[in-house]
Each structure stands twice: as C-alpha cells, then as structure tokens.
Design a protein around this ligand. Sequence first.
Ligand code: VTB
Length: 325
Amino acid sequence: MSIDVGLEQGLIRVTEAAAVASAHTMGRGARDESDRVAVEAMRTELDRLDMRCRIVIGEGERDQAPMLYVGEELGGGDETAPRIDIAVDPLEGTNLCATGAPGAVAVLAASEEGGLLHAPDIYMEKIVVGPTARGRVHLDAPVAENLRNIAEAFDREVSDLTVVVLERDRHAQLIADIRAAGARIRLIGDGDLSAGIAAAVRGTGVHAVFGIGGAPEGVLAAAAMRCLGGEIQGRLHARDAAQKQRLVDLGIEDPDRIYDTRELAPGENILFACSGVTDGELLRGVRFFGGHGSRTSTLFMSLADRVIRFVDTIHRPDDGPVIFR
Ligand code: VTB
C-alpha cells in the first residue's frame, strides 16, 4: 500500500468526522451517546474510502456491536481496490468527552493486511515510552529500575519524571511503587492512548505511561509508536475464566507473553490518524463557530512515508461566511 493522497485525506476525514460528531455532545454526561455518534460518523466516512477495509479492532465482536465490529468490511472499492486492515477507537475517552475533560480523541490506524494484531477486547498491562527511552524499559523489571533507566535516558533525576497512570484501584501498588521511587505522577480518569502518544513527543511533559488499560488501545498505541519511534510493551491480562478461555480460543498459548511494539503492530505501511475531541497535550479539541463551521486538529502519520503531520482544518458550512479563528 503506497500512500496515496486520496487515502491520506480520506483517513483524516474519518477521524475529523468522528471528532466533530462527538464534540457536539461534550459535557452532556451521556457517554453512550457520545460514543454512538462518533461510531456512526466514523463508519460513514470509512465506507466512502475507495478501498476495501476490514475492521480488525473495533467496537466489539459482531454479536455485541452493530457497527464497526471486528470483521466488518467497509469501503467503496471494487474487487481491484487495495485491501487494508483498520483499527479504530472512534472515541477514546468517552467519559472525558461526557464531562468535557481534556484528552478525548478519535483514533484510527490502518495497515496492509495482517499489519495490526487482532487483540481481544480485554485488559493489557502496558508500559509506553518515547524514542528517548526506547529500549530502556522492561515490563518485568521493577518500577524503580525502569524509572532510573528512563531518567538516565533523559539525562535527569527520577524526581524530574512525570509518569501517567490511569486512576484505578488496580493501580494502587503501581502508584505506591512510583511514589516510592520518587517520580511525579499524573493520574488520569481515562485515555491512556493519548497519554502514550504524548509520552513519545518531547515537550509534552509526559515521560512514560504505566498500567493496565484496554488491549485494543494497546495496538493503536503500538501503531503510533511505530510512526513516532517510541516503544510499547504489553501483556494481555485476562480477568476471569471466560477471558482466559477467549485467549485459548484465539490460539494464544502463553498468557504471560510480552508483546513488543512490532508484535502489536507489525505492518510496514502503517498509517495513523488521531483528531482531538476535547483539548489535549498535542491536539486541540473541536471548536464550533455557531452556524459558521468548525475547526479540527489532527495528527496524521505514515510510517512508510516517514511523515508526522499536524493538520488544522476549518470545515466550512454549506453557505454563509467563513470565519477564521
Ligand atoms: C479505560 C480508558 C482507557 O482502557 O480505562 C479502559 O480510560 C479500561 O479501563 O483509555 P477501565 O475498565 O478501568 O475503565 C482504555 O480505554 C484504553 O486503554
């Protein structure tokens, strides 16, 4: 899949549309509605692509999710059109959108077939660092050792590091360990994917993300890390007998296996698009200008083309004046 401009523009439109749709619902306290409109908008735009798209990470299995379920085929391309695999999270951080908190994004990754791991929708224990600390951490190493190595890579003290952790009871020991090691912590309510992306960009003030979040978002984070030169390690985390059985059914023999960035996102033609829904470290949220359109902020990356593009789009209304703000 060589990256044609049409596909790039098309994928950007997909996350922009999901961001605009969900941003309209910001602060309504209705997370399901926010998610639903993002899913609908994303699906409509994906279906307009001149490609044959297969959803490999989506809203759930076919029997639970009416749209963007795993295995759904979309796109307007005929038999000769290129086939691509798509991983989506139409609204990463539904609660963030529902409350207007920072960090909600609409996300998509695409690749040649087989380029994104079909991770089950269970938890994943993760560690994410950017290019500076790549190769210096290990999921099985003690927290203090990982932090020492990250600090050394950044040429600073552990006390100068900021680690992002999802605020969950399951992270009590992790948080205690990070505190004991002396690093600073930013607890977030949701959204370890955008935090992971921030960790891979210098200047955001985020140096690493530790903890247990969703496995599908781990694959999306891996796609982003391939494009940004960062690193993620992940271990699937089955919580009950049913999830353990699901791993067996998927042919995952070693439940303790640690997946590295390339194993999670092995593609050579990875594309990644992420639009801000609410304001965040890297991307602004959607702004609306009354009847005069909207403005979106998107990160688009292509691994093969080696580009990281920030796309600032004004969406004009059908008629009426254009307002630049
Ligand atoms: C959420 C969400 C994360 O994982 O926490 C979820 O905020 C799973 O955790 O961004 P909970 O079940 O405890 O909410 C993510 O969606 C992605 O990793």
